[in-house]
Design a protein around this ligand. Structure first.
Ligand SMILES: [Fe+2]
Ligand SMILES: [Fe+2]
Length: 160
């Protein structure tokens, strides 16, 4: 019941972003449920899930010229760094510190979603932003020379 209330408070009415936040909530819930023997494993999962989510938000901010992107991206970087330190602690068996970090992370995350992410969601909604298009363009750009040559091949087919 508590996690349902938490999820309601974090809904931003932007389905692709809400889905990512739901994945984070599921992941941190697995941390809460894990015994000490599994804590490093589920924390590792949480770090991976958070890292991917932050990277996507950073991409959305950069590709749409979100005005407040600098502070938001820095906050992602700092939190991820702390979470990686938590992974080291979990692997060293410092479970109490990791559980305290999980508690603080949860409280940071609620504030972050309700302030910085809410502002980003308003910006993206206003632009009728489509994350699939941006991720496709980014994939094509990072594919390098092969995708750069495609238009040439198309041109050759037209002129043949
Ligand atoms: Fe977020
Ligand atoms: Fe964020």
């Amino acid at each position: 019941m508590a996690s349902l209330k938490w999820a309601d408070a974090l809904t931003l009415d932007l389905p692709f972003m809400d889905r990512e936040h739901q994945a984070f909530e599921d992941s941190i819930e697995r941390v809460d449920m894990a015994d000490d023997a599994h804590l490093a494993f589920v924390w590792d999962d949480l770090v991976a899930c958070t890292s991917e989510h932050f990277a996507r938000e950073d991409l959305w901010m950069r590709s749409t010229g979100f005005p407040a992107k600098k502070a938001h991206i820095v906050q992602h970087l700092v939190v991820l760094e702390v979470m990686r330190e938590g992974l080291v602690q979990a692997r060293e068996g410092r479970f109490l510190q990791v559980r305290e970090m999980a508690r603080q992370l949860r409280s940071w995350y609620v504030k972050h979603v309700q302030t910085m992410d809410a502002a980003l969601a308003r910006h993206l909604r206003g632009m009728r932003f489509d994350p699939v298009t941006v991720e496709d363009v980014t994939r094509a750009e990072s594919a390098g020379p092969a995708s750069a040559q495609k238009p040439m091949a198309d041109r050759a087919a037209i002129t043949a």
